[in-house]
Design a protein around this ligand. Structure first.
Ligand code: BGC
Length: 770
């Protein structure tokens, strides 16, 4: 069989214009010049390099080590000022008060020897004050434009507060819902993840690093953090190169192509080498193959942890090896391992040019952000930006778009306005501000958050009685590390727990309809929040059973950051609306969906298992020998998930038809255009996400049974039809082959499906000729 190997890197190189290369600094810096891939979107202005080099020439070794040191500002500001003044701290994180940011910046600019400004980074994950749905919820919107708008708002609020850079987007594809950090990422699919990555980077950064009102985007955690063994946070990852390139890398490649200025290395070891000091990852793949020209930051204390992981002999060795592998800035709780770098250069264990390369990348970021000209933030304007009502409107729209209608037996939803005199909103998520916001939220205005109970109250007005009771208190067995920022309320006594449970059931008994707000507390997912059991925590199932026994109509609203084992709820409750952690305006958005003012149109970005034993379960698996795709994989559990990837219902119905390809046979490398019609066959306006999947029938590797290669969210009026069109180019049809150790295109027949989820039935095919 003829081989049609593509040297993708070469073609990328060839596509970069000479002009782009000339305006970049690639040639000015020896280490950057080694990159075989040069992306125009990663081009560094030559004058920034010249300026950075001039500074480097004046810096002492200690100042260089300081420039690649970023410290958590935990504790008293005074304790950090001396380091800033001495030039031994180049960046800070966890400062959000603009006055404090200016105070530190003044010390850096006016009192340090070289006057180099500080870079302020922060976890602006789904908003700063105005909180958008958690990232997994934004992924469920299948609407990159909505995500871009949301991150534009987040950037505006952050920049107005003095923050220059965010540790987002988190792009870790994962197929294990036991892993807590699923809530922060794009879900299980590389194609959806790549689309979201591009949108998030555009939202944060705008059209260039240093654009007004924007901040540097930091793609994290590089790479494969989401494949930790057993879903245990920080645990080892063992993946093949083919899984690495085909499944885990695409969102990062997309972020870098979109111009992301920063990448954060991951904590865990990839195939026995910690990511923070993994030269293959940070230099071969990131810089040479992907063409990244920005700066790499370690994850928090990730350099020091090289010692804990049994990789580095001591902290100085850790600092040297992280830097030599391709890391630049160390993020640490003081003292940083990088404080030993000057001595390492003096003793000959580190080449000064390696340190200079890292320093240069950090300085270039500061130069591009305009910090030498404008180091300070105008604190008198911060509040105006943070309280902009347009931000809340965006947050509400985003929350509405993120909602996924998991089931709606008997079309119990939408509720008819005015049909109920008394509504009970019951459950731990019913009126909980923290759980409406989710994790990675530190400085919102808690009092501005609209909970579900409050949202329903506002929607139905004063004539309808809305009662609420948590019924159950959710607490983690092991406290979350984030409780240091916001302590959890005291645990209920058993008498209180009993009384609260009974009160909730009583409220349900008195009501015409019960909205059960269930899920996982915000601190139950996120970092260090892995679980071995995915059932609803606490006494929630007992609450479901007690309410069900009352014989009232029930609707469940879920707030959670990952698929949960909800099989008992799915069989007991006819309608389930997945709301994720919907953010500041969450209660308004969910209430509007419950009453049909908006029609849910989100889709699952994760396959939803029936039980924890099915994990990992993902739609894009390979076809194996018997049992076949539909066959039985376990004798004690169904093989199919509870809800497939891409699933999400609507209050209206959609039909797909007229699927066609423009050419049934193409030469290798030629594009194919796929077209289909989607029609709203129901009686309400609604959104459908047209999803295109392919399968390559034969080739140099077995290819997944289905792979998402296109999607489009469309709004259709009742009876309206729309032609949706997708182009399958080399980018969609190529894959990384272990046999060739390169990206390849195979001549083969490809099946194509277009429909409303990953089980789409409408099919056609085309053949790629040798
Ligand atoms: C997390 C990162 C985060 C950093 C700073 C780490 O523990 O893994 O995602 O950006 O802390 O808060």
């Amino acid at each position: 069989m003829p081989s049609f190997e593509i040297a993708e890197m070469k073609s990328v190189l060839a596509s970069v214009s000479l002009a782009a290369l000339v305006t970049t600094a690639c040639l000015a810096s020896p280490s950057l010049a080694q990159s075989p891939v040069a992306l125009a979107s990663q081009a560094v202005p030559a004058e920034a390099v010249v300026r950075a080099n001039a500074l480097i020439a004046r810096m002492t070794l200690e100042e260089k080590a300081g420039q690649v040191t970023q410290l958590f500002m935990f504790g008293k500001p005074e304790d950090f000022e001396a380091g800033v003044r001495a030039g031994s701290t180049g960046a800070l994180l966890f400062v959000t008060d603009p006055t404090l940011i200016n105070r530190f910046q003044k010390v850096a600019v006016e009192e340090s020897r070289l006057g180099i400004p500080l870079l302020f980074g922060y976890d602006v994950i789904h908003g700063l004050r105005t909180i958008f749905p958690a990232p997994i919820g934004m992924a469920a919107s299948w609407d990159p434009a909505a995500l871009e708008r949301g991150q534009t708002v987040a950037a505006a609020e952050a920049r107005a507060s003095g923050i220059h850079w965010t540790f987002a987007p988190m792009l870790d594809v994962t197929r294990d819902p036991r892993w807590g950090r699923i809530v922060e990422g794009p879900g299980e699919d590389p194609y959806l993840g790549a689309a979201l990555a591009r949108a998030a980077v555009r939202g944060f950064q705008g059209d260039r690093i240093g654009a007004p009102g924007r901040i540097i985007a930091g793609a994290k955690h590089f790479a494969v953090y989401g494949a930790s063994e057993g879903g245990r946070d920080y645990d080892s990852v063992f993946v093949s190169d083919s899984q690495f390139y085909n499944t885990y890398l695409p969102p990062f490649a997309a972020a870098i192509e979109a111009g992301a200025g920063n990448v954060m290395s991951a904590y865990m070891e990839l195939n026995d080498v910690p990511a923070a000091a993994n030269a293959w990852l940070l230099t071969d793949v990131l810089r040479r193959q992907l063409g990244f020209q920005g700066f790499v930051v370690s994850d928090a204390n990730g350099v020091k942890s090289l010692v804990t992981q049994g990789y580095a002999a001591d902290e100085r060795d850790a600092a040297v090896r992280a830097l030599t592998a391709g890391g630049d800035l160390e993020m640490a709780i003081a003292p940083a391992a990088n404080s030993g770098l000057a001595e390492a250069v003096r003793s000959g264990t580190l080449e000064e040019s390696v340190l200079d390369d890292a320093v240069r990348r950090v300085l270039i970021a500061k130069i591009r952000m305009g910090l030498f000209e404008n180091p300070y933030v105008d604190a008198s304007k911060t509040e105006t930006v943070l309280s902009d009502p347009a931000h809340r409107q965006e947050a509400r729209d985003a929350a509405e778009k993120s909602l996924v209608l998991l089931q709606n037996t008997g079309s119990i939803l939408p509720l008819t306005p005015g049909a109920h005199r008394r509504i009970a909103v019951i459950g731990p998520m019913a009126d909980s501000v923290d759980d409406t916001l989710g994790s990675w939220v530190f400085v919102p205005k808690y009092e501005e958050t609209v909970t579900l109970a409050e949202g329903i109250r506002r929607r139905v007005g004063a004539d309808v009685e809305v009662t609420t009771a948590p019924g159950v208190q959710l607490r983690r067995g092991v406290p979350s590390m984030f409780e240091m920022f916001r302590p959890s309320p005291a645990a209920w006594t058993s008498a209180q727990a009993q009384a609260e449970f009974e009160r909730a059931v009583e409220e349900a008994r008195e009501a015409d309809i019960v909205i059960l707000a269930l899920g996982e507390g915000a601190m139950m997912s996120g970092e260090m929040a892995s679980r071995a059991d995915l059932s609803l925590p606490g006494d929630q199932l007992r609450l479901v059973e007690a309410v069900k026994a009352l014989g009232k109509p029930i609707v469940a609203v879920l707030m959670n950051g990952r698929p949960l084992d909800i099989a008992p709820v799915a069989s007991d409750v006819p309608a389930i609306l997945e709301a994720w952690y919907p953010g500041t305006e969450g209660g308004v958005a969910v209430a509007r969906a419950l009453f049909g003012d908006v029609n849910p149109g989100g889709k699952l970005p994760m396959t939803w298992p029936r039980s924890v034993g099915q994990i990992p379960i993902y739609y894009s698996h390979n076809i194996t020998k018997a049992p076949t795709e539909q066959g039985q994989r376990y004798w004690d559990e169904a093989s199919t998930p509870l809800y497939p990837f891409g699933h999400g219902l609507s209050y209206t119905d959609f039909a797909f038809s007229d699927l066609s390809v423009d050419r049934a046979s193409v030469a290798i490398g030629e594009p194919v255009v796929v077209t289909a019609t989607v029609t709203n066959t129901g009686h309400r306006t609604g959104d459908e996400v047209a999803q295109l999947y392919i399968h390559q029938r034969s080739g140099r590797a077995t290819r997944p049974v289905r792979e998402l290669k296109g999607f489009q969210r469309v709004t259709l009026q009742p009876g309206e039809s729309r032609r949706v069109q997708f182009e399958l180019t080399r980018a969609e049809l190529r894959y990384w082959s272990a046999a060739e150790r390169d990206w390849v295109l195979d001549p083969a027949t490809f099946d194509v499906w277009v429909g409303g989820d990953s089980r789409a039935q409408l099919a056609t095919s085309f053949t790629v000729q040798p």
